[in-house]
Design a protein around this ligand. Sequence first.
Ligand SMILES: CC(C)(COP(=O)(O)OP(=O)(O)OC[C@H]1O[C@@H](n2cnc3c(N)ncnc32)[C@H](O)[C@@H]1OP(=O)(O)O)[C@@H](O)C(=O)NCCC(=O)NCCS
Length: 223
Amino acid sequence: MFPDLTADDIFRIETKRLWLRWPRASDAPAITSFASLAQIAQMTASIPHPYPSGEAERFIMRARTGNASGTALVLAITQKGGARQTIGLLSATLATGSDIEFGYVLAQPVCGKGFASEAVKALADTVFSLTRVNRILANSRVDNIASRRVLEKTGFAFVDIGLDFLPARGGLHPCDRFQLDRETWAASRRAGGESRPLPPMAQQAHDANEAKVLVPAAPQIEE
Ligand SMILES: CC(C)(COP(=O)(O)OP(=O)(O)OC[C@H]1O[C@@H](n2cnc3c(N)ncnc32)[C@H](O)[C@@H]1OP(=O)(O)O)[C@@H](O)C(=O)NCCC(=O)NCCS
């Protein structure tokens, strides 16, 4: 699913105010500090509450394993220039079919500054630029206005409301379902006058047989 480029922990995404990078063992205390709050966990599908001892360490290990195998891209959000501690998490994982699903969480003291939207937009750009995925899905609980707003601001379209299984919440819960497809993403980038989407890198072809080495044409020598 994800190319070799993202499967090494030197991979990172830069936005105006953030670095998105692989989670590392030293992030565990910061992750525990926000993930263990009931009001955060209750809005997510996968953060258990109460937050068990050692859960952040296990999460980091799973995230790094998934990233390394190219089946997921789970990143820690940090602020540029400030304290390097993690202020949130962002994940792109395989959904049903060949879609990707996003999840995100941010520490409460930094909520409301547009960080989640900045991070989600950058990850969507990365997914559509570096993979062949055609659709990104995201769900938010119907009472999660902030999350819904993040998806709207980053170009996701509302699809419908349905009962979704949230494993850590122990059952089915009504959720707003959103999606962003490649065509809409590309059109919005063109409309916004941003640079064209990056073509997939030749070295990152999913099948080694498809990888091409681009040799620049030899310069013409005038006699
Ligand atoms: C959802 C979450 C990631 C948002 O992070 P954030 O950095 O505050 O998001 P942003 O600042 O980019 O955008 C939030 C938007 O929601 C709006 N918002 C927040 N609470 C709101 C409310 N009660 N009513 C209306 N709008 C609200 C903000 O005003 C902002 O919109 P604006 O820029 O148009 O003003 C964060 O609140 C969080 O981690 N929540 C718990 C976990 C979670 O819900 N994860 C998503 C699971 S699907």
